[in-house]
Design a protein around this ligand. Sequence first.
Ligand SMILES: [Zn+2]
Length: 349
Amino acid sequence: MMQKLDDLFTQFQSELKDCKNKQEILNLKPKYLGKKGEISNILKSLKDATAEQRKEIGPKSNEVKQNIEQLCAKSLQNFEIEEINQKLAKNKIDITMTNSVKEMGLRSTGYHPVTLIQREVEDIFLSMGFEILDGPHIEDDYHNFEALNIPSDHPARDMQDTFWFKDSVHLLRTHTSTIQVRGMEMEGRKPPFKFVGPGKVFRCERTDASHEMVFHQIEGMMVGEDVSVSHLIYFMKTLLSQIFKKDVEVRLRPGFFPFVEPGFELDIKCLICGGKGCSVCKHTGWVELLPCGMVHPNVLKYGNIDTDKYNGFAFGLGLDRLVMMKYGIDDIRHLHGADLRFMTQFHSF
Ligand SMILES: [Zn+2]
């Protein structure tokens, strides 16, 4: 009987060698180890064996069972490894391949022109000692209106067509002026300070050549003792001449914005026609670039700033308009059109 077990194991080994896949191994296993398998058959005949024989045959059959079990597991594992290797070979990606994008006829892209100009503006303000702050797109009534001196009955709310959330409290910010409020709220912030805050803003309005529902602004604020309109003009002129790489002419006109007093519209002499008049400047020779002014005392009070001691200026610059002026683009909708023929003109890596 012991011989039978040895023969059985030899037979198993040769059959295992012939297995060509996992399924064949899985089928082979019960043939030997199953309830009606070969080993069970041998054990069944034990009833005819002597006590002496049983003592030997028990451990021996267990040993053979274990060996079969182990060999099956090992073969299965080998097949699995082989499968994985085959898959890897089939789906090989050669990460050392360069120029593949061009070879495949794809275009490599660059940064969006608004991103480029935003970075440029940030760099200029950083060099003038401003901090760069950020703020959320989803705002509440307080940060977008109330703390900027626009109470709920104020007509200026109608000037800004707002995307409201269903709760009537939250909204998509209509201007980056919210960053002024959040900047003043920041823990430990005390005058003097100056910061800018760039980002997307949202207005519920019809789109045309100069209006979009989503556009970009950069907000700026400087608070300290004896801040004046001449500071404002100085920083704006420095910014604009660095961006346009030449001296630019600016002018201030009185403008009404609830968060500044006095408020101004800062115009820039049209860079497309040089002041002679064209469609971009609506034939006036000047392009309205940004609203600005001296921060309204109410806004400073909301920011817990002592208005007897400090004052400041603030401005909100439209980044899309700046891109349009810089590159001579006559329709803001190009900026959101995702047309690669347009976008890839602004390469800079
Ligand atoms: Zn013009």
